[in-house]
Design a protein around this ligand. Structure first.
Ligand code: SF4
Ligand code: SF4
Ligand code: SF4
Ligand code: FES
Length: 973
């Protein structure tokens, strides 16, 4: 007997499957310790209890025809093509909906079954256009395949009867079309939207012959609840739902597996290609972070890579008031080196620095900080994590001993209570948001701590989450109040605390947290949330078998960001929710490689692997490999660089793949700093806002044009694979190598795998990582070393890197930024699904169809007070600046709180954010700005200047963009 152990059943267990991810086994794997033995076409097989006959047959190598079944969806049993004969049973049961039973004897191929299947196919085809040769799905159509498999040769009913062939095509979605004439009403799309995506945008309307797939209330897709995730398109076995890119370009000819470059979920995709053209991005079922799901960004918004705005050649200029000159790579690098060396000679070694990119690969980030520490000879390196998750690093390292999230994403499937704090998973981490919603539909409880009502609170077919709409800036008061309930109501996990936590630190914390001033009742005035609700939330979390906390920038981007991260860790330690599946402390990292850029030593005080520059042993190890002395003093953080630039002591900056002019707070201050620099070198794919202040613009490469790795929010190192040659001829890592060589510090690598080998040799948590292993395992969650040769999905299972978990006293201190008579509203910011961060990529795709401009959301009562109507222009003033946005009335926030996104540079969202920052890490307090709002009729001064400056800079770059690329003559020699 073939004892078949179904590794697919482990997908939520170990996160690994040895099954071919490209093969469709028909129905999902079942998890069971009980094996059921049976026979299929004479083959003996044992599979986990609950497995369908269809899947068991596929596992035994027998493929039963199917149309309505797919192994990522629960079986539905509508097409009947998968009918089989079962000894002792009457009729022809559908194998997809029939579970195996002990001793079952199944036959899949008989004359009667063949006839039945042919008849079914005949009915389908009689109401289906026979345009296979010109159909865009030709060659990739399950209907076509099954017709061949069942041997359908003729259709006896003719094609003149009642049919759907004239049904109108819905082309409203920019990325896919819906052609109902080709629909076989298999319902796979409907189930994908429900089960995989969790949006429930589709239904089958009507009955029998009149059945038709309908988006929302029979709306065009674009007007429906559809969020364009693509799951239905993926599921459709015909060309009814079809990518427009395939309709235009034809079927792809080859594919390369790579990783999405948008958010910290790190979804794996198959880039399906025709030559060097990406025809479509298909979410890869073998991807451990996404299991074949995607969102509108990774799935469809890849067109920016070949957008006409791409910078294709290096450019230089002496002053930002000069037009750009196109030069060769050699000239641009020599110019940069000359400037940097000259500035250091005149103003000292510390007068220059670099900023690494969380958009770039680990290898590229590693090289930029290495360049700063070797060729520049200082530690003036920082990264955009400074402005997002630096408090995570500080707070988790202090309490748990490691600067990273503790779980896999799949761990959420074992959580009984989920607490989401200052994060919006369905918009900012959509694929994980869908997984979370799946768990909520299974009955997990939800608590959301956020000033704004986010979508996950009302998840279709799940209980409504408990929402604690706290005042911006009062997170620490809230987490302390919850911990107070845990401690004073006897909800602590004493066993965990006694065995796993430092007693002295615990006692100090316990005494503090039990004080009445931390009670929900005492904090009600501060947070604005009724004490009873806070008590209920604390009980839900503490009483759950497994309680998991997920948090985002709504936690970190505060003056008490690090305190709050420690407060969250305290709560998890006190309830013993650390060190096992279903629990943990999980920062939802923003950008694709923000975890990696922190791991790779981007911060001024830490070498790769969070090794402090002040440690002489660490410096010696790096010196042995890098061949230079490492400065023992931490360098400048980004805000310090800005201050020093304005003070005249910091003169040059190399920025790879970050748009600090748009993303950093207090734009006036940032612009003043950038203008004060003698040399700004920007390496980017577009002339972004920062590049408009630059003296050197080095063309960057997109994720499609390079090899390397990204590390996602679950510490998962995923391969990025080159699918096309870099548009400007160089991958980003090659540019950094060339710049270093031009500066006289020799670097040489043949391939990013060699850079990873160097990283592994210097970084204790990466010693076991190499490209061969990544090829073999698909992905690795660090730490990966002798102790954990294949990585470590769940952290802190037995102990903490610091031995015992350390509670920290988290005193609540009110933010300096408070509502006042002059600025009575509190502004908080966030992201929306279709755009990404500064929007440089998504704004250059059809994703802008969903979000053309940033709006100011305000409560109708605040609007009424000011006589504001939907769509009015609103002047928004804070103590540092003024901007103008259109009004959107919304009850998502309580009165007194307003909200905007920051995806469009002309919005000037950061003109009004202040440079208040986290006490420990300087992470800006983006989430709390006191503002006043009034109706206005014209843009702000800053916005008018922005338009003029932008036009001038675009004109300066025009000749360079139009340059043939042949002469490469430098006018500045
Ligand atoms: S649109 Fe596609 S997936 Fe949906 S019911 Fe029709 S054929 Fe099936
Ligand atoms: S694209 Fe996604 S959200 Fe839209 S209908 Fe299809 S599955 Fe549902
Ligand atoms: S969830 Fe994030 S990683 Fe996945 S496709 Fe969307 S943007 Fe890309
Ligand atoms: S595949 Fe089983 S009924 Fe359609």
């Amino acid at each position: 007997m073939l004892h078949y152990y179904d590794p697919g059943s482990q997908s939520y267990e170990a996160g690994k499957s040895v099954l071919n991810p490209d093969f469709d086994f028909g129905t999902p794997a079942r998890v069971s310790e009980t094996l059921v033995s049976m026979s299929i076409d004479g083959r003996e097989i044992a599979v986990p209890e609950g497995t369908s006959v269809l899947r068991a047959a596929a596992l035994a190598g027998i493929n039963i025809p199917k149309l309505c079944a797919s192994d990522n969806l629960e079986p539905f049993g509508s097409c009947r093509l998968c009918a089989v004969e079962i000894e002792g049973r009457r009729g022809y049961p559908a194998s997809c909906t029939t579970p195996v039973s002990e001793g079952m004897d199944v036959t899949t191929q008989t004359g009667k079954l063949a006839k039945l299947r042919r008849n079914i196919m005949e009915l389908y085809i009689s109401d289906h256009p026979l345009d296979c040769l010109t159909c865009p799905a030709n060659g990739d159509c399950e209907l076509q395949d099954v017709a061949g498999v069942v041997g359908l040769r003729e259709v006896r009913y003719g094609f003149d009867g009642k049919n759907h062939l004239d049904a109108e095509i819905d082309d409203s979605n920019p990325y896919f079309s819906f052609d109902p004439s080709k629909c076989i009403v298999c319902s796979r799309c409907v189930r994908a939207c429900e089960e995989v995506q969790g949006t429930f945008a589709l239904t089958i309307e009507g009955r029998g012959f009149d059945s038709i797939v309908s988006a929302s209330q029979n709306d065009p897709f674009m007007d429906s609840e559809c969020v364009s995730c693509g799951a239905c398109v993926q599921a459709c076995p015909t060309s009814t739902l079809m990518e427009k890119s395939v309709i235009e370009a034809g079927q792809p000819t080859h594919s390369v597996i790579t990783t999405c470059a948008y958010c910290g979920v790190g979804c794996s995709f198959k880039a399906e290609m025709k030559g060097e053209e990406v025809v479509r991005m298909v979410p890869y079922k073998g991807g451990e972070a996404n299991h074949g799901h995607s969102c509108v960004k990774g799935r469809f918004a890849f067109g920016y890579a070949t957008h006409k705005d791409r910078i294709k050649e290096p450019m230089i200029r002496e002053s930002i008031n000069d037009p750009w000159q196109v030069v060769s790579w050699d000239e641009a690098l020599a110019f940069s080196a000359r400037k940097l060396k000259g500035i250091q000679a005149e103003f000292g070694r510390e007068s220059i620095g670099g900023i690494t990119s969380s958009r770039c690969t680990n290898e590229e980030t590693y090289l930029v900080q290495k360049l700063v520490r070797t060729a520049f000879g200082n530690n003036n390196t920082d990264t955009c994590a400074r402005v997002c998750h630096s408090p995570t690093g500080y707070g988790l390292k202090t309490t748990l001993g490691e600067s990273a999230g503790t779980q896999t994403f799949d761990s959420v499937m074992k959580a009984d209570a989920i607490v989401v704090i200052g994060a919006n998973p369905t918009d900012a981490h959509p694929v994980f948001g869908s997984l979370m919603r799946r768990r909520l539909r299974q009955g997990a409880k939800l608590v959301v701590i956020d000033p704004r009502q986010i979508d996950v609170i009302r998840t279709p077919h799940a209980d409504e989450g408990l929402h604690l709409p706290l005042r911006p800036g009062t997170n620490v008061a809230m987490v302390n109040a919850m911990a107070h309930v845990v401690v004073t109501e006897g909800l602590e996990d004493k066993e965990f605390i006694n065995s796993r936590c430092d007693t002295e630190a615990y006692n100090a914390w316990r005494t503090f947290i039990a004080e009445e001033r931390n009670s929900p009742e005492a904090m009600e005035e501060v947070t604005g949330v009724p004490a009873a609700k806070v008590r209920e939330a604390a009980r839900i979390y503490a009483a759950a078998e497994n309680g998991a906390i997920y948090y985002g920038l709504g936690v970190t981007e505060h003056s008490q960001g690090s305190t709050m991260v420690m407060g969250i860790a305290n709560l998890a330690l006190a309830t013993g929710n650390i060190g096992r599946e279903g629990g943990g402390v999980n920062p939802l990292r923003g950008q694709n490689n923000v975890q990696g850029s922190c791991d790779m030593g981007s911060f001024p005080h830490e070498l790769p692997g969070y090794q402090h520059v002040s440690d002489p042993e660490v410096r010696e190890r790096f010196k042995a490999v890098w061949g230079v002395e490492i400065d023992h003093e931490p360098g400048l953080r980004i805000p310090n660089m800005f201050d020093a630039a304005i003070a005249g002591t910091f003169k040059a900056l190399y920025v790879q793949g970050e748009d600090i002019a748009q993303s950093d707070p207090n734009t006036h201050h940032v612009e003043a700093a950038l203008k004060a620099l003698d040399c700004l070198i920007v390496q980017d794919i577009f002339l972004n806002e920062t590049a408009k202040f630059a003296h050197v613009l080095l063309p960057g490469s997109t994720f499609l044009e390079k090899n390397g790795t990204f590390t996602n929010a679950e510490r998962r190192i995923n391969r990025v694979r080159k699918v096309m040659e870099p548009i400007a001829g160089m991958e980003d890592w090659e540019v950094t190598v060339a710049l270093s060589n031009a500066l006289g510090y020799k670097m040489h690598y043949n391939h990013p795998s060699e850079i990873m080998d160097e990283i592994a040799s210097l970084t204790p948590s990466f010693t076991g990582v190499n490209y061969d292993k990544l090829e073999r395992l698909g992905s690795i969650q660090w730490p990966c070393n002798d102790e954990h040769p294949n990585g470590m999905p769940t952290m802190h299972t037995l102990d903490f890197p610091i031995g015992k978990g350390r509670f920290a006293v988290t005193e609540y201190l009110a933010s300096e930024e408070r509502a006042s008579r002059r600025f009575p509203l509190l502004l908080t910011t966030g992201r929306i699904l279709s755009q990404y961060n500064v929007g440089a990529q998504t704004r250059r795709t059809a994703n802008s169809d969903w979000h053309e401009e940033d709006l100011l959301e305000l409560h109708p009562s605040d609007a009424e007070l000011r006589g504001v109507k939907e769509g009015d222009w609103l002047g928004i003033s804070s103590r540092v600046g003024h901007t103008v946005l259109r009004a959107k009335l919304s009850t998502r926030m309580l009165p007194g709180v307003v909200f905007t996104t920051f995806h469009h540079p002309g919005s000037g969202a950061n003109v009004i954010t202040t440079d208040n920052s986290d006490w420990a890490t300087n992470c800006p307090e983006y989430k709390v700005t006191a503002v006043q709002v009034e109706k206005v009729s014209q843009p702000s001064d800053w916005q008018r200047n922005f338009v003029d400056f932008d036009k001038r800079q675009q004109d300066f770059a025009k000749p360079a963009r139009e340059h043939s690329g042949e002469a490469h003559v430098s006018a500045l020699k």
